[in-house]
Write a protein that binds this ligand. Structure first.
Ligand code: ZN
Length: 191
């Protein structure tokens, strides 16, 4: 008989996560992307842990096991997320809320979950000076590879107002417009 594992939680929890945003070179459409793995989060569809596994391996690999590293990571609070800013390179990323459900493992930092979908984008981390910026309250820009300066100085992602003025000189409205278009496609909010 097949072993059935009871999920730790049956309801949806809200955690906090960092995302990169990436532009599809073909159509210029923006996607949310994981930080550590190069996984794109599909708009309108749940993101799955090990979503790219071969069909036969799907069921074995999908669950975040207690002693494994698998699953979709989420911090339990914005403070837990920001405390980890220096441990992984979060420059140029966005911090926001994520819905998680399915099998969920609890950790001191937060959770590892089976399924996830973004809920809101709240803060940006400047890719140059690492300033933490409120997306609702402060101007910002989104820098792309097209604006890279040289092979030695190549940054992309979220840019604070000061660094934008200094290095990019992008129009202030453009970043918010680009992000709003992304939020609309994903059906998420900017808070
Ligand atoms: Zn900056």
């Amino acid at each position: 008989m097949k072993e059935i594992k009871a999920p730790d939680y049956c309801t949806t929890l809200v955690g906090w996560r960092f995302w990169k945003i990436r532009q599809n070179p073909q159509d210029g459409i923006l996607w949310l992307r994981s930080i550590v793995r190069p996984d794109l989060w599909p708009p309108g569809a749940r993101f799955e842990a090990h979503g790219r596994s071969a069909p036969g391996l799907y069921e074995q690999n999908i669950s975040p096991e207690i002693h494994s590293q698998s699953g979709i990571y989420a911090f339990k609070s914005v403070h837990d997320a920001l405390e980890n800013l220096d441990r992984v390179c979060y420059r140029g990323t966005f911090l926001g809320k994520v819905n998680i459900w399915g099998i969920i493992q609890r950790h001191h930092f937060g959770y590892r979950a089976q399924f996830a979908y973004p809920l809101a984008l709240c803060l940006g981390i400047c890719c140059i000076c690492k300033k933490i910026v409120s997306l609702r309250a402060e101007p910002f820009a989104i820098g792309w590879a097209a604006y890279h300066f040289s092979d030695d100085f190549s940054v992309s992602g979220f840019v604070c107002e000061g660094c934008n003025e200094k290095y990019y000189s992008l129009e202030a409205e453009t970043g918010y417009r680009e992000l709003s278009a992304l939020a609309e496609r994903y059906g998420i909010t900017i808070e």
